[in-house]
Ligand binder design. Structure first.
Ligand code: GUN
Length: 291
């Protein structure tokens, strides 16, 4: 048996299509288009690619894209001024400050400065708290995309034992909240977890979000499990080039799992599609329209 490959590219295209249709209906009714502002500080090559992709897809669904590229030497005060400007701009519904930020800037202070109603990353403590209390919130994009993909495996997630490997604020922790909402039994594992293979072997749903290439292999996967790979790691190849791989050793796990996301083409495309959906949600709430 070989696992079903969960096609994130196709699912993300469906989601963008739905968002695009809603935006088209709004502008056809003479409403302004939703606007997303993305702020990039410095020249990190991967971040440059992500930010460029976000801007392209924002425009493709009919939204307005505001891009602010700031030099590496930008001070925290300068960045906070840009955030304040975007908070006050009525054309901007969503603000995303690309992480990681240069070490001289305190990312927590920047995140806390973003208007929670525009926090399309769902990283502001208000949105973190609202999510954990089960209140309407802007929810982090990557875990949202993971849940959508897991549901595509044709499964009702209720009652499943979900093991999340990784406890970051961006993925692991919000993932736990979202899976609790799906009525999973949730375990969050991390670098200090004892007998990680044994624990992962108990997972009906295994989420790999630790950022280590090919870290989880055949020994970590129960036959038939749904495996969602959040990792995007660039590794060197024998011919002197590079390629992207996940946190899961895909080739080793594909004969064992029931369903698995590839890298690339799994979780990655879902993140941007969910960002656009969050921007639409932020717009609708800010305009007092049903979301
Ligand atoms: N860097 C890597 N992933 C993310 C994300 O989801 N949001 C932001 N703002 N930065 C990131």
């Amino acid at each position: 048996m070989s696992a079903i490959i969960l096609d994130g590219k196709a699912l993300a295209a469906e989601l963008r299509e739905r968002v695009g249709q809603q935006v088209a209906a709004l502008t056809a009714a003479n409403r302004r288009a939703p606007g997303l502002a993305v702020v990039l500080v410095g020249g990190d090559p991967a971040s440059q690619v992500y930010v460029g992709m976000k801007a392209k897809m924002t425009v493709a669904v009919g939204m307005r894209s505001f891009e602010r590229r700031l030099p590496e030497q930008t001070t925290e005060q300068e960045l906070l001024s840009v955030v304040a400007e975007l908070n006050a701009d009525p054309q901007v519904d969503g603000i995303l400050v690309q992480l990681p930020l240069p070490v001289a800037i305190n990312a927590d202070r920047v995140i806390e400065a973003i208007d929670p109603s525009k926090d399309v990353d769902g990283f502001h403590p208000i949105n973190v708290g609202r999510l954990s209390a089960g209140l309407p919130a802007l929810v982090p994009c990557t875990p949202r995309g993971c849940v959508m993909l897991a549901k595509r495996a044709g499964a009702d997630l209720a009652g499943m034992h979900a093991v999340i490997v990784g406890r970051s604020n961006i993925v692991g922790k919000p993932m736990a909240q979202l899976l609790l909402q799906q009525n999973c039994t949730v375990t969050v594992a991390h670098s200090r977890t004892r007998n990680l293979p044994g624990l992962c072997q108990q997972a009906d749903l295994l989420i790999a979000a630790l950022g280590k290439p090919h870290f989880l292999g055949a020994a970590h996967v129960k036959p038939g499990a749904i495996v969602i790979d959040v990792g995007i790691n660039r590794i060197a190849t024998a011919d002197g080039g590079t390629r992207l791989v996940g946190d899961v050793d895909f080739d080793a796990v594909v004969p064992i799992a029931g369903a698995i996301t590839p890298v690339p083409g799994g979780v990655g495309p879902m993140t941007i599609a969910c960002l656009l959906e969050n921007t639409l949600t932020a717009y609708l709430r800010r305009e007092g329209l049903p979301s």
